[in-house]
Design a protein around this ligand. Structure first.
Ligand code: PMP
Length: 426
């Protein structure tokens, strides 16, 4: 069989170079089960990065349901098909009033793109406010609001003129370190007010509701309430990007916006929804959705296909039957305690952020200045791979270990992760 090096060489030749792999020498993965990945040479890795498979890899219930549906019918969403309607209803039921209207798409980027179109169409206002340090996707519009300099060094200098960025509300290392929610929200409120005063009010404010891309940090309490109020005062709509943090990963809250005690106008979801099967959604009110008519027709050939919908339904069933959100509270809480204990012995750990099974271990060279430690983080990730753990960095400085394993991870695996991190740091 092809060696990992040969396959990597072929990949390099067939793919654009921008699609590089995180590791210089990635293991060649053959299969997975639960929170494990197995390479072709028989090594088993603990998967701490896979937020697209919340139920675990190759979950038998998803496998069976998808195979059964594939034998019957898979086609586009133009047909009147029961599983598609049922999934749409189940999804809408997970959201608070008035969010009762669903668009099914194939991915997160598509969902954010559509959300922006809906907001701009419904308000007639073309300007959008986004957070710095954000990632929302690779399509034209979702990329335009992706401001993270880790993903794109030109992200701030090359914004289209309709995108306006505001301070990253990162309570740990934001520009306003130590400020309260009023202090953090002030920058966003000022930008939103100034846009309105200049005759170009914002059509939308888009953000994650728990700051995943900034390193799994919770937004300051009350932040979204204040920013949403300012946006709405000028007739704009609010978009909560729940693609990473929603669907039970945070443990205590099914959606990130619940932690902020707000109800957005538009919610985007993807990743976890299909347990690896491509599936995304935009959920909004009937009133906002109706305004799309002014822009014409909406149709996605494979978004919400019968197979995608069956995958989506099965994910919701298993999340409930296996109490995976509860598992995120229990195992995530235990893991967070273990990681915080490591911080007492390893000066490189500046902080442990996050909630449930969405944690960030932030590595710094100095706990007072918070000087980021990106080289050390990269070295640590390589060492962790050698020791059998897949974990990768995030944040504008690439100095936060982003911990987002399948939600089925158990306590022994969480302990293995903490012990391995301890070894690698030592
Ligand atoms: N929004 C957020 C917050 C994300 O993390 C991502 C993916 N990393 C996206 C949008 C884009 O999703 P996709 O890769 O499915 O297009």
């Amino acid at each position: 069989s092809t060696s990992p090096a040969e396959l990597l060489h072929r990949r390099g030749a067939a793919f654009a170079t921008v699609q590089e792999h995180y590791y210089d020498e990635p293991p060649r993965i053959e299969r997975g089960w639960r929170h494990h990945l197995v390479s072709t040479d028989g090594r088993v890795y603990l998967d701490m990065v896979n937020n697209v498979t919340p139920l675990g890899h190759a979950h038998p219930r998803v496998e069976r349901a998808v195979a059964r549906q594939l034998r019957r019918l898979n086609t586009n969403s133009r047909f009147h098909y029961a599983s598609v309607v049922e999934f749409t209803e189940r999804l809408a039921a997970l959201l608070p009033t008035p969010l009762d209207t669903v668009f099914l798409v194939n991915s997160g980027s598509e969902a954010v793109d559509l959300a922006l179109r809906l907001a701009i169409g419904a308000t007639g206002h073309h300007d959008v406010v986004a957070l710095r340090e954000a990632y929302h996707g690779w399509t034209y519009a979702s990329d335009a609001v992706s401001t993270s300099i880790a993903d794109n060094p030109n992200a701030l200098s090359s914004r289209p003129s309709w995108v306006h960025t505001v301070d990253s509300p990162n309570p740990y290392r934001g520009r306003l370190r130590g400020a309260d929610a009023v202090g953090y929200a002030a920058d966003a409120v000022r930008v939103v007010d100034e846009l309105a005063a200049s005759g170009r009010p914002a059509g939308a404010f888009v953000s994650e509701s728990f700051y995943g891309n900034a390193g799994a940090v919770a937004l300051p309490d009350g932040y979204l309430r204040q920013v949403y109020a300012a946006v709405r005062r000028h007739g704009g709509l609010t978009i909560a990007d729940e693609i990473q943090v929603g669907y039970g990963r945070l443990g205590t809250w099914f959606w990130g916006f619940e932690q902020q005690d707000v109800v957005p106008d538009i919610v985007t979801v993807a990743k976890a929804m299909g347990n690896g099967h491509p599936l995304g959604a935009v959920i909004t009110s009937q009133a906002v959705a109706e305004r799309y008519r002014d822009q014409g027709y909406f149709f996605s050939s494979t978004g919400g296909s019968p197979v995608s919908s069956v995958a989506g339904l099965t994910v919701l069933d298993v999340l409930r039957d296996e109490d995976l959100q509860g598992n995120a509270v229990r195992v995530g809480g235990h893991l967070r305690d273990r990681l915080r204990a490591l911080a007492d012995r390893h000066a490189l750990i500046g902080a442990v952020h996050g909630s449930g099974l969405y944690l960030g271990v932030e590595l710094v060279r100095d706990r007072d200045t918070l000087e980021p430690a990106p080289e050390e983080t990269a070295e640590l990730c390589d060492r962790m791979l050698e020791l059998g753990v897949v974990v990768q960095p995030t944040g504008d400085h690439l100095n936060v270990l982003k911990i987002k394993p399948p939600l089925c991870i158990d306590r022994p695996a969480a302990d293995f992760f903490a012990d391995t991190l301890d070894r690698a740091l030592t």
